[in-house]
Structures are given as C-alpha cells and as structure tokens.
Design a protein around this ligand. Structure first.
Ligand code: ADP
Ligand code: ASP
Ligand code: MG
Length: 410
C-alpha cells in the first residue's frame, strides 16, 4: 500500500460539479489501495473575492486579520470535499492547517513552514480515512493563523508529502502539465514530459505560476516525486525530478515571464565602501524585494545604481530612499514602470555558450529593447517594455524551437 498526496487548485474545486469530479479522482486513488491525503485550495476566485472585501474597508488591512480572513476560503472547500466523499460512501475527514500539524514561522501573508507534526495525520490514515487538508495555511507557535503566500497550497501538498514520506505528490490543475511557456499566452506551447527540479525552480521563481516556488524547493530538498497534471483530463502530466530524460534534453526548456516590473535608478551615488550595502539593507529592512541590480561608475567618485522591483513596491521604495537621501548621498532617483521580465531557462545552457547572445539577437530582430539583464548557470532574464512581453515570449519560443519535440540537443 502506498501513500499519495493529491492537490487540487482553485479552478479544479470551483463548483459543486468540480468538487464531485475531484471526489471521483480521490476515490480512484483510494481504490488502488493507497492511503490518500488531499490538499485543496479555495474555490475558484474566492481568495481574490475575500481580498476585495477587506480592501473595501481599508487599503492597509492588518496582515494578521487578512490571514484569518483568507484561510476561510480553504476551510469551505475541505469541508465540501469531505462531505462529497462521505456522500459517496467513503470515510473522509477534513483538517485545517493547524489541525494537520502545519507549523510556520510568525510572518503573516508569506510564512514558511518550519515543521509538520504528522501524528494526527498518521492516526487518521491508519484508521482508514481519506484526509483532506486545507492548503495555504499553518499556525505559529503563538497560535496565530498564517498563510504561505498566494498559490501556497502547492507548498502545503509537497511539504506534507515530504513529512509523510509519501510515494508521490500529484498537483492537479487546469492545464495538463508544465508547458514550455504559459499555454494561455502562447498557443504553440508544448507540454513537457519532465523537467528537472532546478529548471522548475527557476521557472517558478521567474513567473511560471503553475507551481509555487517553495513547493519546488521542498520537492528538491526532500526528493519528493512530483507530477503536475490535469484534474479534468486523464493524460499523464509532467514529472518534476532530479534527472531528466534525453527526449527533452534541450538547451532552453522553458520561458517564464512576469509583468508589473519597475526599474529604479539612483543617480549620482557617492562611491563608498558601504554605499551599496546601506541602500539594499535599508530596502530589505522595509521588506522590499529587489531583483536585478546594475551598477555603473559615472566618474571617479560617483556611481549610478539601477535595480528592478515589483511595481507594487514603487511608492514605498521611493519614500524609503527619499527619506534617507542625506544619509545615502545621491543626486536624484528616476523610475520607469510598465516593464516586464522575460526569462529563458534550461540546464543545457551550462555547457553551451552563446545562448544569451542568441536571445539578445532575437529580441533585437523583433525591435525589442533590452533594459536590464541577469544570468545564472541555467537562465537568462531580460527586462523589456511590458507591451512587448508576449511578443518577446513568442519570438523566443519560436527561435529556440520550443514547439518542436527535439531541438538543440546537447
Ligand atoms: P491552480 O489554481 O490549480 O493552482 P494556477 O492558476 O495556480 O492553478 O496554475 C495553473 C496556471 O499556470 C495555468 O492555467 C497557466 O495559465 C499558468 N502557467 C504559467 N506558466 C505555465 C507553464 N509553463 N506551464 C503550464 N501552465 C503555466
Ligand atoms: N487560495 C490561495 C490563493 O488563491 C492559495 C492557493 O490557491 O494555492 O492564492
Ligand atoms: Mg496555483
């Protein structure tokens, strides 16, 4: 007998019919003789609707109360799924994050799981129950309810799979797997048979919303066999694993993108040993996430620093920098919004120089100006104007022949 963790996302539990469908998928797994733990998200867009309710009261709701509010969404779907399974004659029990023993750090809105106490889960499973756990939530040592960040139900599922030493974690969603890029935007996107943990981690961090980045981190660190597949169609999905088969051994495996990027430039910063650390420590202390950083010396004693942030952090970034202008010592600040980040990812890049050059050429040929660049061993990210984002993705998808089955073999 195996132990399987299944996770169903918001669209997959978006209506009573869909919940019936999920119940049937769970029953299929149970009928194979497996113990089953099911993690579900809130129904459809209900998390967004809850956010909207709070913002009708204030633009700055307390993060603790937001967690209290948002976690109710998952509580609805676990109860309904459990009721659906019981109505079909199966023994099921629903558990909130804290009932399932999911302990997190004391950070509201984006907490990390620090520990999972599995005793309760094991005892329900050993009593023959299908256990349904609310995704995206946990509890602090002070008994405050926390959430794991938007899309965090994936992380609940993989963390449970790691803690329970499950044989497999299946992420059921509204696409049939991980594609070469978001199939909603690029029609020729192709489903990948498999993708490595490292590539998936880059893709997820760079905007491919199909998996929560921390879920991939857990899967890699605890070697959890992970599959992304459709909750409606039966075809096999995409395996995320350590070694990836030759069939997909491409230089570029996927393209990720995200909009809502702003470039901030600090003009005329005095050169000093501590200038950079002071700026970025100040921003970090305000919880501002800085992405790409570019430094250029303009004279012997002055430097310009450009960095990218989420546009939602722009107001706070400007306030923080301006209020520290004297201490930091710079002339002025400029910013450019309506930008997007487009990234190509693939482990084949390690041994193939010239991939970045090819990417720049494709963008230039499409008259798309590159405003910032950052690279790692397995990715190249560029910042471009938001209005060119999809065009850039399509051009790169075609140029790197991602719609074809075998290309650029290494
Ligand atoms: P769920 O509610 O099931 O968690 P999400 O909306 O979070 O579903 O994730 C699935 C969505 O991820 C897809 O509908 C798709 O638009 C998007 N997506 C982005 N990049 C990719 C990709 N590379 N492959 C597949 N889907 C992707
Ligand atoms: N319901 C949460 C969200 O919409 C968590 C999730 O779906 O994974 O972000
Ligand atoms: Mg999701």
């Amino acid at each position: 007998m195996g132990l399987i963790v299944q996770k169903f996302g918001g669209t997959s539990v978006g209506s009573i019919e869909r919940i019936q469908n999920v119940a049937n998928r769970v029953i299929q797994e149970a009928q194979r003789g497996n113990q089953v733990v099911v993690v579900v998200s809130a129904m459809g867009k209900s998390t967004d609707e809850l956010v909207n309710l709070a913002t009708q009261l204030t633009n700055t709701p307390s993060k603790r109360e937001m967690d209290m509010l948002l976690t109710t969404g998952e509580q609805v779907s676990i109860a309904l799924l459990s009721i659906a399974l019981q109505a079909k004659g199966y023994d099921a029990v629903s558990l909130t994050g804290w009932q399932a023993g999911i302990k997190t750090e004391a950070i509201h809105g984006n907490a990390r799981i620090v520990e999972i106490e599995t005793d309760t889960l094991h005892s329900y499973l050993n009593n023959g129950k299908i256990v349904i756990v609310a995704g995206f939530q946990g509890i602090t040592s002070e008994f405050n309810i926390t959430t794991l960040g938007r899309g965090g139900s994936d992380t609940t599922a993989v963390a449970l799979a790691a803690a329970l030493r499950a044989d497999k974690c299946d992420i059921y969603t509204d696409v049939t797997g991980v594609f070469t890029t978001d199939p909603r935007y690029v029609k020729s996107a192709r489903k990948l048979q498999s993708v490595s943990y490292d590539e998936m981690l880059e893709l997820a961090n760079l905007g491919a919303g199909v998996l929560h980045p921390r879920a991939v981190e857990f899967a890699k660190n605890y070697a959890v066999p992970l599959e992304v597949r459709s909750s409606l169609e039966l075809e096999t999905g995409t395996r995320i694993e350590e070694e990836v088969s030759m069939e997909n051994n491409l230089i570029v495996r996927g393209i990720a993108f995200e909009d809502g990027v702003t470039r901030v430039t600090i003009v005329g910063l005095k050169n000093g040993l501590h200038s950079l650390s002071t700026i970025f420590t100040t921003l970090a202390n305000h919880g501002i996430n800085v992405d790409i950083i570019i430094q250029s010396m303009t004279s012997q004693d002055e430097t310009n620093i450009s960095f990218s942030i989420h546009t939602t952090d722009l107001d706070e970034t400007l306030t923080v920098l301006q209020s520290n202008q004297e201490k930091l010592g710079f002339h002025s600040i400029q910013s450019e919004s309506s930008l997007a980040k487009v990234s190509i990812v693939g482990s084949g890049m390690i041994s193939n120089p010239g991939v970045a050059a090819e990417m720049f050429e494709v963008l230039a040929n499409n008259e798309i100006q590159v405003k910032m660049v950052s690279t790692s061993e397995i990715k190249v990210s560029t910042v471009v104007e938001e209005r060119f984002m999809v065009k850039a993705v399509e051009a790169l998808h075609e140029a790197f022949k991602l719609d074809e089955l075998v290309t650029h073999s290494v």
